[in-house]
Design a protein around this ligand. Structure first.
Ligand code: 6R9
Length: 621
């Protein structure tokens, strides 16, 4: 077998793994390679991640707060669960699942607002070896349906309705629409939150309140194999439908647990506040698993940073004496708009470390975060990673790594990033820019795309055979610091969420009056990137304003509000090559207003369209 790790890397992961609780120790550290994309870690081992998150803390931390819940409405009291209570709640929920026929290897989908039951629920799955798949509550019923069809989830856990800012989302009604006719969904479990009127289908729909009463408090942790799946999380790709990335148990646990401790320099009694929704990977790894693996106190916030006003995050930080804030650049930019006077009103004396994740953080936002939130005394860890990587890959170590604004800086121990040029050669010069790849395997990489290993190989391991290709571009400076420049594929990062252009185009093309469309990213002051859609209608006599509204509606219906185009330009044509391919590069240059670099258009099938598109270009008013 070819050696795929250095001795140092192998020792590092091996020793680290022994700091966790195993039911049976593993016998093979690693097998497989990045050519076949079949890397497996810690084979032969058996464990349960909830024993690592909960049971092992009971002796010393039974009375310690594990979870603090801050409701959407600031007038509603916050609540907390100690490690002892969280353990019991998880065991009880696990018994509820068992009573409904859910067992090891079964898939349970969660489509919920951010309340403790969501965290308890996913841990309850892990307790019995069931696989959780959380679908962000901002996705449409059709998106949920697609994910349910892909995963064949046996159960859907939801809320009657969810609170988020000034909005109430009728989640149960949306689930009803999503599961219509899907016979494999045996149970819809409803957690009451808004107490709004819903309809319950006999024999399928049950109230959590009613069932939990009959569930026992004691639930032994089911041993699972190291490589047994822990969860599936869907993310958009540059083509086709969303990919269900499968994470397995041991490898995910080892890297997520350690990276939480290292990056944030977590100390006992710190209070960690990650603002991500559990519907995204950040909410899995650094709101739930990372903190709990370390016996930390994690804060879960149901609402949004601007509700009821832009003071909310700072108030939460003071109220719960938060030491670590982990949020996204888009949130920082949104708050920046309200003026620095707002965070200046709050001293936030407990804050020690600030984190950023989800998209490149621009220098202006970085300095604002540093000055007005961190008061110049809190290091900012700009953490680069992905749903696929499971945990943080490139990031400063808080208080240790010398910071450079907008730089994710250096890889974590055991992580081996490289830059590739267009031809597939590893760039050896230190100062360079290229496509970001990872050379050596690490334990928390997703193992496959659920039901489609071929697509997994194609997407991540075929561009540069033998290397994991991230889809991101990056620069490296003389200090070896990485600065992530953004996606190099057809994925657009809107407010830190990945949106595949193909998916949005497919949705737009569902409109009966649209023949063809092309979606590209455009710089957006708050969202980082916005979506710009070019659409060709069949009937050019349609009122463009009306058509635009219908297009937004159809995208909202098929994908969800996050994928709604910001600007729509109705056109009679799109620049195409002679073979009929849409030249997205040209469209990108048009929306970015980078007309000098539009390049040679004379070889196009229809060069005359370019000028027309430029003349009629839309912009934010
Ligand atoms: C964790 C998460 C992954 C994509 C990734 C990249 C972008 C994430 C970043 C960043 C620059 C950072 N990204 N963190 N870009 N600096 N610190 O966000 O996962 O939703 O899968 O998105 O987000 O483009 O490829 P995910």
């Amino acid at each position: 077998m070819t050696k795929i790790l250095t001795d140092e890397q192998a020792n590092y992961w091996s020793e680290l793994s022994h700091t966790f609780v195993w039911k049976k120790k593993w016998d093979t550290l690693i097998s497989g390679d990045f050519i076949k994309a079949d890397v497996k870690w810690f084979n032969g081992g058996e464990l349960n991640i909830t024993e690592n998150c909960l049971d092992r803390h009971l002796e010393d931390r039974r009375q310690k707060k594990a979870l603090i819940f801050e409701p959407n409405n600031p007038d509603e009291p916050s609540s907390f669960l100690t490690y002892g209570e969280l353990h019991l709640s998880v065991c009880r929920f696990a018994n509820l699942l068992k009573n409904r026929g859910v067992g090891k290897g079964d898939i349970v989908s969660f489509y919920m607002g951010m309340t403790p039951e969501l965290m308890i629920g996913i841990l309850a799955c892990a307790r019995i070896g069931a696989i959780h798949t959380v679908v962000f509550g901002g996705f449409s019923p059709l998106s949920l349906r697609g994910r349910l069809e892909d995963s064949n989830a046996k159960m859907v856990v939801t809320h009657d309705g969810a609170y988020r800012g000034d909005k109430t989302t009728p989640l149960k009604d949306m689930v009803d629409e999503a599961v219509e006719g899907l016979d494999f969904v045996k149970t819809v479990l409803v957690v009451k939150r808004t107490h709004q009127k819903i309809t319950m289908k006999e024999g399928r729909d049950y109230y959590y309140d009613a069932l939990i009463k009959g569930a026992e408090l004691h639930c032994p942790a089911t041993p699972v194999k190291s490589e047994d799946p822990l969860f599936i999380l869907y993310t958009s790709g540059s083509t086709g439908k969303p990919k269900g990335l499968v994470h397995t148990t041991a490898g995910y646990m080892v890297h997520v647990g350690k990276s939480f401790k290292d990056v944030f320099q977590y100390k006992e009694n710190d209070i960690f506040f990650c603002t991500a929704d559990i519907g995204w990977v950040t909410g899995h790894s650094y709101l739930t698993y990372g903190p709990l693996l370390n016996g930390a106190t994690t804060v879960m916030f149901e609402g949004v940073p601007t509700y009821p006003n832009a003071d909310r995050l700072w108030q939460i930080i003071e109220k719960h004496k938060i030491t670590h804030l982990y949020t996204a650049p888009t949130a920082i930019r949104a708050l920046e708009k309200f003026g620095h006077e707002i965070p200046e009103k709050y001293k936030m004396p407990t804050l020690k470390v600030l984190g950023s994740v989800g998209e490149p953080i621009n220098e202006e936002a970085w300095h604002w975060y540093d000055k007005y939130v961190g008061k110049g005394r809190c290091p900012i860890v700009d953490t680069w990673w992905q749903t696929e990587t499971g945990g943080i890959m490139i990031s400063p170590i808080a208080g240790i790594t010398k910071l450079k604004p907008s730089h994710a800086t250096l890889p974590l121990p055991g992580i081996d990033p490289i830059l590739m040029d267009e031809k597939g050669t590893i760039i050896t010069e230190m100062v360079a820019s290229g496509n970001l790849c990872i050379r050596a395997p690490w334990p928390s990489l997703a193992r496959t795309i659920y039901g489609d290993h071929e697509r997994f190989i194609q997407t991540y391991f075929s561009t540069y055979p033998g290397y994991y290709f991230t889809g991101d571009g990056a620069k490296r400076d003389a200090d070896g610091y990485f600065r992530i420049t953004g996606r190099v594929d057809d994925v657009i990062n809107v407010s830190g969420h990945r949106i595949g252009t193909a998916e949005v185009e497919d949705a737009i093309n569902e409109h009966p009056d649209i023949v063809e469309s092309a979606v590209v990213g455009l710089p957006h002051p708050v969202k980082g990137q916005g979506l710009y859609a070019f659409v060709i209608p069949t009937n050019t006599k349609r009122d463009p304003a009306e058509l635009e509204k219908e297009i937004k509606d159809i995208v909202q219906k098929i994908i969800g509000p996050i994928a709604k185009p910001d600007l729509i330009q109705v056109t009679e044509g799109l620049p195409k090559t002679r073979s009929g391919k849409i030249m997205r590069r040209i469209l990108r240059k048009i929306v970015e207003n980078d007309l000098e670099n539009i390049g040679d258009i004379s070889t196009l099938l229809n060069p005359e369209i370019v000028e027309k598109l430029i003349a009629e270009k839309k912009s934010f008013s």
